[in-house]
Design a protein around this ligand. Structure first.
Ligand code: AOS
Ligand code: ZN
Ligand code: ZN
Length: 390
């Protein structure tokens, strides 16, 4: 047995859980074309079954995030029971205030009380669903913003947003939380009402303890030091969740760790440093990705494995040697210790460890040979295939 992973590191890896998004299993694309794939789910039940394959082969993805209304069903108790039969749980509920004509000029920050009320009510309905699904987190991402200077009163919009969030927060149960996601632009191109971690932090701090920040790794300007934000939010006790993905240009929603593995490593080093992988950590790890041209289930398997791999490397970091080099002001030694952990190939050790836990050494190969894809491609003929947004 490889000794690369210490007993402490194994204990942390044992509890690493990454929630997968239901929308990753539907067809998605850019605004130019959505390419269909055989076997695409036709309803939320089939999305859950697909998501369960990721957990089955990796042991890493025990919960599935839902999006309302894309995953609206008549009977959420039945959906929950279906998830349990498949060996997973229903996770975070994502609200949607970006696909209704009423929300052209905003939702929770809208100047028109009728529309703002409608957006608040949608979130209250999402909390009703959370009561049925047993979900802990309500995740809010807002498309609210403006396209032209002068179009909106920026300050009034912050005040209205706070009022709306208060009303939503008041409805949460004792065990439930609200996480507010920020994004620097898109679909609004001049200003966004929650553009950065500071605004999200200010908004959730005014709500209370069970309101936290959601950090989507694809929602920052190029060059942003994301691990610094991770450190700061952990330091402030306000990092609620991650939406993991990777990006080359804007909000690309590509496979986490694909564009910049070193950045993912640096983020996970700060997560470990800040206690984000401790047993009592409040941090939820989620994927927020789309698979436009690659196969979806293996795309998700690769994603959770990438997070596991970088977490393992982050756990290898020799903190004592690093601390000594930092204290001595030895710049190159400190950087060398850091890079040693990043450059270590943990894949053989992880494969061995997986097998010791009754999981396939190679989850990608195990899925490919399971026959699942061939079965859904044959069975799911007819009906409307789910797509990102429906
Ligand atoms: C949008 O850019 C955000 O990343 C949200 O997390 C969004 O709710 C998610 O992509 C599903 O639509
Ligand atoms: Zn996101
Ligand atoms: Zn996004």
């Amino acid at each position: 047995m490889s000794t690369l992973l210490t007993p402490d590191a194994r204990a942390v890896l044992e509890r690493l859980a990454i929630e997968v998004p239901s929308w990753a299993y539907g067809n998605s694309g850019t605004r130019f074309k959505v390419f269909g794939t055989p076997g695409t789910p036709r309803d939320p039940f089939e999305k859950i079954s697909d998501a369960a394959q990721v957990h089955r082969h990796t042991g890493l993805a025990p919960a599935v995030a839902l999006h309302i209304p894309w995953d609206l069903v008549d009977d959420f108790a039945a959906l929950k029971a279906h998830a349990e039969t498949e060996g997973v749980a229903l996770g975070t509920i994502n609200s949607n205030t970006f696909q209704d004509d009423d929300y052209k000029l905003g939702s929770l920050a809208h100047a028109d009380d009728r529309i703002r009320r409608k957006a608040i009510d949608h979130h209250l309905a999402c909390i009703d669903i959370m009561d049925l699904t047993g979900s802990r987190d309500l995740k809010i991402w807002l498309a609210d913003g403006s396209n032209y200077p002068g179009q909106a009163d920026l300050r009034d919009r912050q005040d209205r947003l706070q009022d709306s969030l208060q009303r939503i927060y008041e409805r949460l149960g004792e065990e439930q939380r609200l996480v507010l996601e920020y994004k620097f632009f898109e679909p609004a191109f001049y200003h966004t009402d929650v553009p950065d971690w500071g605004t999200s932090y200010a908004q959730v701090s005014a709500l209370g303890e069970r309101a936290l920040v959601c950090l989507d790794t694809g929602h920052h300007a190029p060059g942003t030091n994301i691990e610094f934000i991770v450190m700061q939010l952990l330091r402030l006790g306000k990092l609620g969740s991650f939406d993991f993905n990777s990006r080359f240009y804007a909000d690309d929603d590509l496979i986490v760790g694909a564009a910049d593995p070193f950045q993912l490593f640096r983020i996970l080093v700060e997560v470990v440093r800040g206690g984000g992988l401790e047993a009592d950590s409040p941090v939820a790890f989620m994927l927020d990705q789309c698979h436009n041209i690659e196969d979806k289930i293996p795309g998700q398997i690769r994603s959770v494995l990438n997070v596991q791999e970088m977490a393992a490397r982050a756990l290898l970091l020799d903190r004592d040697a690093l601390g000594a080099a930092q204290a001595a002001g030895d710049v190159l030694s400190a950087n060398g210790v850091f890079m040693d952990a990043f450059q270590t190939d943990v894949r053989p050790a992880l494969a061995e460890w997986r097998e010791s836990r009754g999981l396939p050494a190679d989850p990608m190969a195990a899925y490919a040979s399971s026959g699942y894809f061939e079965r859904i491609a044959a069975e799911r003929v007819g009906g409307t295939q789910a797509s990102w947004g429906a």
